[in-house]
Design a protein around this ligand. Structure first.
Ligand SMILES: Nc1ncnc2c1ncn2[C@@H]1O[C@H](COP(=O)(O)OP(=O)(O)O)[C@@H](O)[C@H]1O
Ligand SMILES: [Mg+2]
Length: 362
């Protein structure tokens, strides 16, 4: 499940304003990737280009052997069905209750009977922790619940690719943590390729398998989480460690005099903080796209900062990983996914890091 997206030399401008150019990256199938960047760097424009809502000036977006910017309208329409999209504002219809909002794509794009639609809608509402809120209007629910409703709607056509624009905007850190847990659990359950745009550094550090950073009209870097979190590249290092020292200033770019002053002070970006353990599913499933903690560092001869991969309970996930994997039933193994909390469905002892449940009601 999930498909790879291969972007090559993508460039987009509006009139004479170049938004970004020569963006190339491969978003691995079934994994969770996060795209970070200061506001205004064109993250939303990138997502819209991926689904074909905006046409790039140059470059390719390959999904299998289909190059999206070059597809005829009918083929593009077909290919778009691979995508589920959650836009920043949720884009719910204010006059429709949540059930009808979520059912909308099914009624619009399929010939399914109402009884079937009902089953699908309730299933997706359960996945995002919204069961029981079917009759609520968007105006009656919290911002976090609106995002969940938008997410359920993005899921009803069973997408192979899920694109999400700033799920954490306007949410407090606790609700953001719960929503991130929903993404992890969903990814384990449906195995689709996830691309999540955010400017929340904590989300970028703990949620994804891969991180990309858009900066100054370029993709500064894209790669495995451990690669970005140990990168010596000044912009990447500054951004992911929320440091004031580095090339990014208040107005996005520091001017020459600021950088010179920093250089005189002995441009010391400081020690790298430990790499946190990645957030794990709380639903007893093993994520097919997850990499073993520390594997990238080990394979590339990088020594992770002291204290890396250790959770709040003091467990080192490099050591725990083999036992954790052995205790899980992989999705698709005899009898389907492990039952949440059921036999073999939980790591012995306490729940894995970030395992707070989906926090229904948020
Ligand atoms: N349809 C459009 N027409 C012209 N300019 C646009 C359009 N959409 C976005 N932009 C410009 O593209 C730049 C990047 O916008 P956006 O992708 O929304 O940034 P981000 O999501 O990273 O905050 C902004 O300068 C914005 O004004
Ligand atoms: Mg945006």
């Amino acid at each position: 499940m999930g498909v790879e997206i291969r972007v090559e030399g993508l460039t987009k401008s509006f009139g004479r304003q170049v938004i970004w150019q020569d963006v190339s990256l491969t978003i691995p199938a079934g994994e969770i990737s996060v795209l970070l960047g200061p506001s205004g760097t064109g993250k939303s424009v990138f997502l819209k280009s991926l689904v074909g809502l905006l046409k790039p000036d140059r470059g390719h977006i390959w999904i299998g052997d289909r190059d999206l910017p070059r597809l005829p309208e009918a083929k593009l329409y077909e290919t778009r069905k691979l995508f589920g999209v959650l836009f920043q504002d949720g884009a719910l219809f204010g006059s429709m209750n949540l059930f009808d909002n979520i059912a909308f794509p099914l009624r619009e794009h399929t010939k399914k009977r109402e009884s079937e639609i009902k089953n699908i809608v309730l299933e997706k509402m359960e996945m995002v922790g919204l069961l029981g809120a079917e009759h609520k209007l968007p105006g009656e629910i919290s911002g976090g619940m609106k995002k969940r409703a938008g997410l359920a709607r993005a899921l009803v056509l069973d997408p192979e690719i899920l694109l999400v624009d700033e799920p954490d905007s306007g949410l407090d850190p606790v609700r953001t943590a719960f929503l991130n847990q929903v993404f992890i659990d969903l990814n384990a359950q449906i195995g689709a390729t996830f691309l999540i745009v955010t400017h929340d550094i904590n989300t970028a550090r703990t949620l994804p398998d891969n991180i990309g950073l858009l900066y100054q009209r370029h993709l500064a870097m894209f790669g495995p989480r451990e690669m970005l979190l140990t990168s010596e590249e000044p912009v990447v290092r500054q951004f992911l460690n929320a440091s004031k020292v580095g090339p990014i200033g208040m107005s996005e770019e520091k001017d020459e005099s600021e950088l010179e002053a920093e250089a005189k002070l002995g441009h010391d970006p400081g020690k790298l903080p430990p790499i946190p353990p990645q957030q794990m599913p709380s639903n007893g499933m093993l994520r097919a796209g997850m990499h073993a903690p520390g594997a990238w560092c080990a394979a590339h001869g990088v020594v992770p900062p002291p204290g890396s991969f250790v959770d709040d309970l003091g467990r080192n996930w490099v050591e725990e990983w083999p036992r954790y994997v052995a205790s899980m039933t992989p999705v698709g193994a005899s009898g389907g996914p492990a039952a949440p909390g059921g036999p073999g469905g939980r790591f012995p002892g306490s729940p894995p890091p970030g395992g707070q449940g989906t926090g229904a009601g948020y």
